[in-house]
Design a protein around this ligand. Sequence first.
Ligand SMILES: [Zn+2]
Ligand SMILES: [Zn+2]
Length: 247
Amino acid sequence: MSSTVPGEAFDWFSRETLGQGITRLWEPHVHPYFRSNIFHVRGRDVDLVIDAGMGLVPLRPVLGLQHGKPVVAVATHIHVDHVGALREFETRAGHRAEAAFFEDMADEHTLAHLFRAQPEAVGRAPNEAWSPQRFRISPAPLARILDDGDLIETGDRSFRVIHLPGHSPGSIGLFDERNGDFLAGDAIYRGRLVDDLPGSDMRLYRKTMERLLQIDFNQAYCGHGETIDLSELRSIARAYLDKPSAS
Ligand SMILES: [Zn+2]
Ligand SMILES: [Zn+2]
C-alpha cells in the first residue's frame, strides 16, 4: 500500500508500509536517478532510519517518531541521495572507509555536483526559494563508525553490518540474520548497477557480488526501487558477474 505523507509546503514523500515494522519512504519529485529509498525500522527500544534521502525538505517530522525514543540514523554510503537529511538525526552511523567524508560532505565524496548539474533535478521545487545551484549538504559527523560484522541493535532485532564496497568504498548493508531481512543500500537493486562513479571500484564490486551470493537473505530492501526477493537478488548478482570484467 502506498500513500503520501503530508510534508512541509506540500506532500513531498511517498511511503509504503512493509512487514516487520519497516516503512519505505521515497521522494517522487526527485529525478529518478537520485530517487532513493529511506527505511524507518521501528524497534522495541530504538528506531533505525536507514538512509536520509536528498534533504530537500525536513525528513524527521514525517517519520512519526515517538518522543524520547532513541533513533539511530545509518548511512549506507556517502552519496548525495542517501545523506541529505542525515544531520537531522543526532546519532549517526556509517562505515569507516567513508567516515571522514561526513565531516564536511564535500562534493567530491557526496557527488552533489551531479545532482546540481542534472537537468530537471526535481519535477517540482520543494519550496519557492529553492534552486539547484544553492543545493548543499550539511556536514553530519558520525557518532558511530561501523565495521564489517558490527551489530546494530533495536532491542528486538539485531542487524549485522556487511561491508559491500564497489559502488562506493564504504557501502554497507544491514542484515537481520534471524529473519533474513537485508537492507542493501546501493550494493544491489533492480536496474543498472552503478559502478563507474568516482570512488567506484569494479573489482571490489565483483567481490561484493560473490559475497552476496553466499548469504541466505529473505528479502532485500534496496537503496533504490522495489523490494526484491532472494532469487531476484541472486540473478542480479550473477548477471553482474557474467559481465565482461573491465580489468
Ligand atoms: Zn550511491
Ligand atoms: Zn543511491
